[in-house]
Design a protein around this ligand. Structure first.
Ligand SMILES: CC(C)(COP(=O)(O)OP(=O)(O)OC[C@H]1O[C@@H](n2cnc3c(N)ncnc32)[C@H](O)[C@@H]1OP(=O)(O)O)[C@@H](O)C(=O)NCCC(=O)NCCS
Length: 171
């Protein structure tokens, strides 16, 4: 059974390990659902995710969001970022929820469990009944995750740089 919890200063090493594993194995520059973990020092990142939870303190040009660690016992298996509202970019491309599972923990059902918890968080804590979840057209793992959680495909959106985004609603 997994659970979502807030990151704290004590998680520095867990999160550094998570970041290094994703960057090494995925060969990417940013990590989905991590609130741009790769772009800041740990202390700056933690301060950002704490500020971003509230309308009063969220960083400029962003909507309030919760960033959670996806935990199985004491193991950090993934991260998710849950947006409390949609702006134009999120409505077309980003959706309400971003998530990743670390490469060594994939294909164990963690993304499906985490997405269900994230949807439940928005519905129960934020009163949002229709949740938008998106993925790139060629991200099979993510589209399977969304569909397994009841996502209904609304449409495909083509971004300015030609990426095709699948937009799903979960009720
Ligand atoms: C997408 C991601 C979160 C899936 O995590 P996961 O924990 O491995 O997913 P699950 O084990 O819960 O599997 C979910 C579904 O995807 C399928 N799946 C997972 N990985 C797959 C793969 N590489 N190829 C095909 N299907 C895959 C599973 O079979 C399952 O579908 P099913 O219920 O129909 O059997 C993970 O691959 C990841 O972190 N990718 C990089 C970041 C990312 O793309 N995030 C999503 C952004 S939109």
């Amino acid at each position: 059974m997994i659970y979502l919890r807030f990151p704290t200063h004590e998680d520095r090493q867990l999160i550094e390990d998570y970041k290094n594993e994703c960057l090494t194995y995925d060969n990417v520059e940013s990590i989905h659902g991590s609130a741009n973990l790769t772009q800041f020092s740990f202390d700056e990142w933690l301060e950002n995710v704490q500020k971003d939870r509230y309308k009063e303190t969220v960083r400029e040009h962003l909507v309030p969001a919760h960033t959670f660690l996806i935990m199985e016992n004491q193991t950090l298996v993934g991260m998710c970022n849950i947006r409390h509202e949609l702006n134009d970019f999120l409505y077309h491309i980003g959706g309400h929820i971003g998530y990743s599972v670390r490469p060594s923990q994939r294909r164990k059902g963690y993304a499906k469990q985490a997405l269900r918890l994230a949807v439940q968080f928005l519905q129960e804590q934020k009163g949002i009944q229709r949740v938008l979840v998106t993925c790139d057209e060629d991200n099979i793992a993510s589209s399977c995750t969304i569909e397994a959680c009841g996502g209904i495909l609304d449409n495909m959106f083509v971004s300015e740089n030609g990426e095709v985004i699948k937009r799903y609603w979960i009720e």
